[in-house]
Design a protein around this ligand. Structure first.
Ligand code: MN
Length: 292
């Protein structure tokens, strides 16, 4: 990260806290929901209805693609928004944009009862700070992507894009997606065995953690669930993506923060099981991967 970018992050880092007496905060990212993934949508709906968490934080790419809020009446988009609005009535729901759904508008979220979160932001909970991000902005090794990101996040580009007819935007988004998949394929062909998606830059993460006053970062985007040691007691917790329509490797996980400061990696099913008197530790044990 350039000095300028680090300084910028320092100035704009938004800080927020859960409601008093909160019980559990779930972090979910990279659902990539689309009509072609009915099982994933169904699992997400069941999870939203049944999760024992009173706060659910969506950390980007909930939607496979979002080309503008005027697409809300399309059948799939409409059913998904209905599901999110119902969830937001039952618990506190937060939405951070990802690289697929950054065009979801602030007024639409407000109407659904969902709180918008900027990327990155700083959560103050369990007596410490947690840096939350989608993760794509820290993938600095992918320079073409960062140039593309700067372009599509600019108000001028967004205004011009949103001025196009809806059908045209849908077609454009599809073309952009195919182009990005082509680039990824080329990259894996050029360097066999290398990951096709560039990982987050460690220095950029450390700079953001410092700006947040946090030791732990939670993010998605790379679809490579893990806990990374960033040195000096700093850690990066990576969320899983969700794809239950992939017959070969069905996957869906989330991270749950409890008031004792422990993070637990849970399946959506485990997240819906009421914890015995042990304040959620049994749910963590059920998934077998408590990370604290
Ligand atoms: Mn992403």
């Amino acid at each position: 990260m350039s000095e300028g970018a680090a300084l910028h992050a320092l100035h704009v880092l938004h800080e927020w806290a859960p409601a008093a007496h909160w019980r559990a905060i779930d972090f979910v990212a990279d659902l990539h929901l689309a009509a072609e993934h009915p099982r994933t949508l169904c699992a997400f709906g069941e999870y939203l209805q049944g999760t024992q968490a009173d706060h659910v934080v969506l950390l980007g790419d909930v939607f496979e693609v979002w080309v503008g809020d005027d697409g809300r009446e399309l059948a799939f988009e409409h059913s998904l928004l209905t599901l999110l609005a119902a969830a937001a009535r039952a618990r506190r729901l937060f939405f951070m944009p990802g690289n697929r759904d950054f065009l979801v508008g602030a007024s639409l979220l407000a109407e659904l009862g969902i709180t918008a979160l900027p990327d990155p932001c700083c959560l103050h909970a369990a007596g410490r700070r947690w840096l939350l991000a989608h993760g794509d902005a820290q993938c600095l090794g992918d320079e073409p992507y960062q140039r593309y990101r700067t372009q599509v996040r600019s108000p001028a580009w967004q205004q011009a894009f949103l001025a196009r007819p809806l059908a045209e935007r849908i077609a454009l988004a599809r073309a952009m997606r195919e182009e990005s998949m082509r680039v990824q394929r080329e990259r894996s062909a050029a360097k066999p065995g290398m990951e096709s998606v560039v990982d987050l830059d460690a220095a950029a993460c450390r700079a953001l953690l410092a700006a947040c006053g946090a030791r732990e970062m939670i993010h998605g985007h790379t679809h490579r669930p893990a806990v990374h040691d960033l040195g000096e007691g700093l850690r990066r917790h990576v969320l899983s993506d969700w794809d239950l329509d992939d017959a070969k490797a069905p996957r869906a996980e989330l991270l749950r923060l409890l008031p004792d400061g422990n993070l637990h990696r849970l399946t959506p099913q485990a997240a819906c099981v009421a914890a015995a008197s042990g304040a959620g530790t049994s749910a963590g044990a059920a998934a077998g991967t408590g990370t604290a």
